[in-house]
Design a protein around this ligand. Structure first.
Ligand code: PHE
Length: 331
């Protein structure tokens, strides 16, 4: 009995050998059954029960060996199921995604909610609703990708189109942040690409002032580039804002002392901004006498360049894993 209970096997072939040894026609237990004839009449009952028990035990043991082997699949003796698993290589987030998320995060803490819209847009949302004159050069084929058969359909050149979509369906207060990919018909080089990423912001409410805008942008710059960062606003022009400005931050590479990155000025430009033009509010169904707003737009690649010192814009779209892996720690 003990012999049968201790039976071991490492493969299906060995299990089969055990079955033959004990239970086949010529097997040990079958032989015992054949001998049963010779047992004296008064012992028949007791011996009969014992042999039957033995036969059932052997069958059970062989079945259970077969099942364990099938479930662990150790047919191939080279597989060690106790070995630690191979480490799985995890992917990393793209630097543009990392920085975009960080920007969204900063503005989310200031109460801005996320708004997204289509990359293939119509002329109205990208240009007309944003107060672009009919003959504005940005509408030119040189700058914008058009669908040849439908000149009204274009690839958006900025995510201001998302702001238009928010304003047409929602009355103030509006406080949104619009991240997304935009397209411009530029020759690809280290400094320009035909697509890039933007984050634009829009705040419309009663009594919104330029001071509010400046304070929010200063806070953003400090959160993004460090507490010691300074900002500077220079007058500029956009059709959708009046007044308009471009914002520089103190060069985060040299700390404002002047280096080749900031062309020895101590400042680098990071975004465009301004007070929403009353025409834009009216074109999008918002009463410009009651409400005011500010807007700003920044390029994610630009911020990433500054933060991680990436000199060539093309690196962001070539997907060279050696480059992408450098951002593993920032994930
Ligand atoms: N839409 C502008 C651009 O793409 C950025 C911008 C947004 C400027 C909002 C001012 C206000 O360049």
């Amino acid at each position: 009995m003990a012999e049968v209970e201790a039976l071991q096997a490492k493969s299906a072939t060995e299990v089969e050998a055990l079955r033959i040894k004990y239970l086949s026609k010529k097997g040990k237990i079958t032989a015992l059954m054949a001998d049963f004839r010779n047992v004296s009449a008064d012992q028949k009952r007791e011996v009969g029960i014992k042999i039957n028990e033995l036969k059932n035990k052997a069958q059970e043991r062989i079945n259970s060996l077969r099942e364990t082997l099938a479930s662990t699949d150790t047919e191939d003796e080279n597989i060690d199921i106790t070995r630690t698993a191979y480490p799985i290589k995890l992917g990393t987030r793209h630097p543009i995604t990392l920085v975009k998320n960080e920007i969204i995060d900063i503005f989310a803490r200031l109460g801005f909610s996320l708004a997204e819209g289509p990359e293939v847009e119509d002329d109205w949302h990208v240009f007309s609703s944003m107060n672009f004159a009919d003959d504005h050069p940005a509408r030119d084929m040189q700058d914008t990708f058009f669908v040849e058969s439908h000149p009204d359909i274009i690839l958006r050149t900025h995510t201001s189109s998302v702001q238009a979509r928010v304003m047409e369906r929602q009355q103030p207060p509006i406080r949104v942040i619009c991240p997304g990919r935009v397209y411009r018909n530029e020759a690809i080089s280290a400094r320009a690409h035909c697509f890039f990423h933007q984050v634009e912001g829009l705040y419309v409410d009663k009594d919104v002032s330029f001071t509010d805008l400046k304070q929010v942008l200063l806070l953003f710059a400090k959160e993004m580039f460090g507490e010691e960062t300074k900002i500077r606003l220079r007058p500029s022009y956009f059709p959708f804002t009046e007044p308009s400005a471009e914002m520089d931050i103190s060069c985060n590479i040299c700390g404002g002392k002047g280096c080749s990155f900031c062309k020895h000025t101590g400042w680098v430009e990071i975004l465009g901004c301004g007070m929403v033009h009353p025409n834009v509010l009216e074109l999008n169904g918002i009463d410009s006498k009651k409400y005011k707003g500010y807007a700003f737009g920044l390029g994610v690649e630009r911020i990433t360049n500054l933060k991680y010192n990436v000199k060539d814009l093309r690196m962001f779209s070539e997907n060279d894993v050696r480059f992408l892996k450098e951002f593993e720690a920032a994930n």
